[in-house]
Design a protein around this ligand. Structure first.
Ligand SMILES: [Zn+2]
Length: 210
């Protein structure tokens, strides 16, 4: 959740978002692009987003009840509810996703906002969100970006192919992804479908048979 939610972002394809996330990880946590495992969202929000974008993390229990975290693009702050942050540090998978969602806003959307005049941004904020095409919807982009940051293709594809060669079912693959990358079943399912449903059935069958 963020107050960026009605901003109209630069249009992005899934592939572009993937590249943006890979470039960021190359710069900050290159080891994470080599070995499948859990991303460290604590380091991402508390250390790297400060180093790369000057953003600071503020733990704030005054956030609205419905809001776990919020990015303030002009204040240079990510506010996180203290209880949610504590849950994330204990490994709560849903909150790990929330943290990386906010990180994507900072990585891709904040630089776009900085380049615009504030009046135009204010006008855009008045737009009805329903009028924004999905590829320009910052919330769709940030959700896809969170999946890319938590489960980068560079490690996910070989990881899944190995499981397919062992004839693992889709359900077993999703459970393995969730355990190894420490994401929810729902995030693992979405990511698996997005990365592998665009590949041909033939490739999936070949991987399973080889
Ligand atoms: Zn958001």
């Amino acid at each position: 959740m963020t107050d960026l939610h009605t901003f109209v972002a630069k249009g992005r394809s899934k592939r572009q978002i993937e590249r943006i996330c890979e470039s960021y990880l190359t710069l900050t946590m290159p080891h994470f692009l080599k070995i499948p495992g859990p991303l460290d969202p604590e380091a991402l929000l508390d250390i790297f987003l400060y180093r790369t974008h000057g953003f600071i993390l503020v733990l704030d229990d005054d956030l609205d009840e419905a809001i776990e975290a919020q990015t303030d693009p002009f204040g240079g702050v990510i506010r996180f509810r203290q209880t949610s942050w504590d849950a994330m540090c204990r490994g709560t998978r849903r909150v790990r996703f929330t943290a990386t969602h906010e990180a994507y806003h900072v990585i891709d959307h904040v630089p776009q906002l900085m380049g615009r005049d504030l009046q135009r941004v204010a006008a855009q904020l008045e737009l009805n969100r329903c009028e924004v095409p999905i590829y320009q919807d910052p919330e769709w982009q940030a959700n896809h970006g969170a999946g890319c940051l938590l489960m980068p293709q560079t490690t996910l594809i070989p990881f899944v192919r190995r499981l397919m060669r062992k004839h693992a079912s889709d359900l077993e693959i999703v459970n393995e992804i969730a355990d190894v990358y420490e994401v929810s079943i729902s995030a693992a399912t979405t990511r698996f479908n997005k990365v592998f449903d665009t590949r041909s059935e033939t490739e999936r069958k070949t991987a399973r048979q080889s």
